[in-house]
Design a protein around this ligand. Structure first.
Ligand code: HEC
Length: 211
């Protein structure tokens, strides 16, 4: 038994020598065919600039995919889920929730929606299967901070539509302004003003976006 063990140890000790010898041999000859094939078979993503999330668990996305998804999110999802994905009409989509749910679950939810108010983005034809996959990966990334829109930026957008001297100095209608309420017409991006006394719509104001 002792003898056998010794022989085994010998063989093991010789192995590194044998291996390094084989490598030395190889280095002299040109690279063998399979190796050359292997090295030239670049990954399709090798030259694509990747998006690097601060959370290593976030699924990989190229920079271009991330930018596209961010745009789709802003235009189609932020109204219900919030710009920072903290939730509003829709549930929060923060990474601790979405990473736990996983890409496959998220894809199904985004594609088919739910009776509780999540639109069926895939089956309605609004988003392609690739876009559904993109959004499922996107909502697992750390929400990007929106650029700050400060007072200076706001002032730069200021347009005088009616100059102060031309503005009415007294009430110009008979509405009971103590009893007027507004309702958001979510899907058309409008707000209706309703007279509480007559329950009639006074005006529909185009606000331009959903919630
Ligand atoms: C009209 C409002 C609305 C819009 C717009 C919307 N969602 Fe939702 N979403 C919801 C609601 C409400 C829920 C919760 C539904 C439920 O629990 O059944 C939800 C749930 C989800 C869920 C599942 C969350 C979970 O924890 O189970 C995902 C993922 C999701 N939304 C992604 C998106 C994406 C991506 C978009 C944009 C392409 C989007 N949503 C746009 C309302 C919306």
């Amino acid at each position: 038994m002792k003898q056998l063990w010794k022989t085994g140890a010998m063989a093991l000790a010789l192995l590194p020598l044998a291996v390094s010898h084989a490598f030395a041999e190889d280095a002299k000859t040109t690279t063998n065919a399979p190796e050359a094939k292997y090295q030239s078979a670049a990954s399709p993503l090798a030259n694509v600039e990747m998006y690097q999330d601060i959370n290593p668990k976030a699924p990989p996305m190229s920079k271009a995919e991330f930018d596209k998804a961010r745009q789709i999110y802003f235009e189609r999802c932020a109204g219900c889920h919030g710009v920072l994905r903290k939730g509003a009409t829709g549930k929060p989509l923060t990474p601790e929730k979405t990473l736990a749910a996983g890409t496959d679950y998220l894809k199904v939810f985004i594609k088919y929606g739910s009776p509780a108010g999540m639109p069926n983005w895939g089956t309605s034809g609004e988003l392609s299967d690739d876009e559904v996959d993109l959004m499922a990966r996107y909502v697992q990334q750390t929400p990007p901070q929106p650029p700050e829109f400060g007072l200076k930026d706001m002032k730069a957008t200021w347009k005088v539509i009616v100059p102060p001297e031309q503005r009415p100095k007294k009430k110009m209608n008979n509405y009971n302004i103590e009893n007027i309420f507004s309702t958001t017409l979510r899907d058309t991006g409008e707000v209706a003003l309703i007279d509480g006394d007559t329950k009639k719509i006074i005006n529909v104001v185009k606000t331009g976006y959903a919630v």
